[in-house]
Design a protein around this ligand. Structure first.
Ligand code: HPA
Length: 275
């Protein structure tokens, strides 16, 4: 007999709870490409390799190590995903978003997501940090397609405030206080693994996008479906458009993400203190 998705989520959460012990964090963090350094600022109490977690997919891409980390950041208990599952790796949407379901089952109420993204907004510079104010889902599939479990969320969830206005305002307040440059923008989520053609960057800009990347949107849809508050940020690692001739590469993306790390760390820590 086919095991229900609800049982699979519950079993995985139970495994993690037993392994970690103690009270579960109410804040989850997904660390994107090149942003894994934030982990070095977490006072780690437990680490679980994805490989050892029942029902978890295994991460394969270079620069994504694949661990679930429990600890304290800015005085707040957190669970962080070091490495995420991308649609372009071949995982289906249920696999890509499975860890978010598990976090919810553990008691996570607020999800912080980060990624590396290409900038289309002409104001943006490489190394900028962009708060995601909204997204455009251009993945060919919605993670909620198929049977809806009412226990997990509504059949037709609203996405009106997919990114919490309160958390965006808080980040702005921190940026103003600490005097660092913080951009706002709409994230376009697409499958990859190709970077965009100049015409595609242009197209994404025209339809309302400020940055484009290959992740985040599926996880944010599922987080909203399950009633979580979401805060998202992108590091602008390359720029694209019809007059831009620089060729993006994975190495360059990782390097550029690293330059933004001090701002990300400062912002994330401070967010944790004040959330
Ligand atoms: N396009 C898509 N995904 C990305 C990019 C980009 O330019 N940069 C980093 N991730």
């Amino acid at each position: 007999m086919e095991k229900s998705m609800l049982d699979i989520i519950k079993n995985t959460a139970e495994f993690i709870r037993a392994k970690v012990g103690g009270e579960m964090p109410r804040t989850g963090i997904i660390l994107g490409t090149g942003l894994g350094d934030l982990v070095n600022h977490i006072e780690v109490s437990a680490e679980i390799d994805y490989k050892t977690i029942p029902n978890f997919p295994v991460s394969t891409v270079e620069g994504h190590s694949g661990k679930l980390i429990f600890g304290v950041l800015g005085g707040r208990p957190v669970v962080a995903m070091q490495g995420r599952f991308h649609y372009y790796e071949g995982y289906d949407m249920k696999q890509v978003t499975f860890p978010v379901r598990v976090m919810k089952a553990l008691g996570v109420e607020t999800l912080v997501v980060s990624n590396a993204a290409g900038g289309m907004n002409k104001e943006f510079k490489v190394g900028d940090v962009m708060i995601i104010t909204d997204h455009i889902n251009l993945f060919p599939e919605n993670p909620l397609r198929g049977k809806n479990y009412n226990e997990l969320g509504d059949r037709f969830p609203a996405m009106t405030e997919a990114y919490s206005k309160r958390l965006i305002a808080l980040a702005d307040e921190i940026a103003a206080e600490k005097d660092f440059r913080l951009m706002h923008g709409v994230y376009v989520g697409t499958t990859g693994p190709t970077f965009e053609t100049p015409a595609e960057y242009e197209y994404f800009r025209i339809i309302g996008g400020d940055a484009v990347g290959m992740s985040t949107v599926p996880e944010v849809i599922v987080a909203n479906h399950s009633g979580m508050k979401v805060f998202g940020l992108s590091v602008i690692t390359d720029l694209g458009g019809k007059d831009i001739t620089e060729v993006p590469s994975h190495e360059e993306v990782q390097k550029a993400a690293l330059t933004a790390q001090p701002v990300i760390t400062l912002l994330m820590k401070e967010m944790m203190v004040r959330m």
